[in-house]
Design a protein around this ligand. Structure first.
Ligand SMILES: [Zn+2]
Length: 201
């Protein structure tokens, strides 16, 4: 059996590491790229280089951004006393797309999931505590996904805030979000309902 050259082999290997890309797909993409003009194929390489060099996490809310702090954190029109805690930047984007939320965010970059070896110290919970400590935040809205892990994460953070900052109100997105679903897949109406119908935890 003949094998591909080292560089094609290595390209296929990298492609097959991507989520949802099996060996067959990796092979198909690799040969597609080989057929393309160098300029065309390099656009993919440039796009990857760009996101990895220009995009970083906001040092305040951990959203993905090219400027630090991000445009939401520095926007004087946003209510800095209201913080919505979400698992991932994509959840923040979904809530932003409603255009109905005027507070700021805190992105956890994950959720507490002991079975997946994801623990509180792996998330940005410490940084959230530091933000609350400055005294400007009066309400924290838990916007974690309505799943077992998402609910567990919300409860963990709620207990932490109740113990350390009893004056800060903790609410959570509730009505409208079906249990077991993901915020990123919810439509605008469901999310707007969830924001306006948030409840005290
Ligand atoms: Zn930010």
């Amino acid at each position: 059996m003949t094998s591909y050259t080292q560089s094609i082999q290595s390209l296929m290997e990298q492609l097959s590491r991507l989520p949802g890309i099996g060996t067959r797909s990796a092979e198909r993409i690799a040969f597609h790229l080989l057929k393309q003009s160098p300029a065309e194929a390099m656009k993919l390489a440039d796009a990857i280089r760009d996101v990895k060099t220009r995009i970083r996490h906001c040092s305040v809310c951990y959203n993905l951004t090219e400027d630090d702090p991000c445009s939401i954190c520095v926007n004087p029109a946003r209510d800095q006393t209201l913080v919505c805690v979400v698992e991932q930047p994509k959840d923040l984007l979904a809530l932003e797309s409603t255009g109905l939320y005027n507070g700021v965010y805190h992105v956890l970059l994950g959720r507490i999931a002991p079975l997946e070896e994801s623990h509180p110290q792996d998330l940005t919970i410490d940084a959230l505590g530091q933000r609350i400590k400055t005294g400007t935040i009066r309400e924290v809205i838990m916007g974690t996904n309505p799943t077992v892990d998402g609910d567990g994460t919300a409860l963990y953070i709620q207990n932490l805030i109740a113990a350390q900052f009893p004056d800060v109100k903790v609410t959570r997105l509730a009505r409208g979000l079906p249990a077991g679903s993901s915020i990123e897949f919810a439509n605008r109406n469901i999310l707007s309902d969830a924001i306006s119908g948030r409840q005290k935890m």
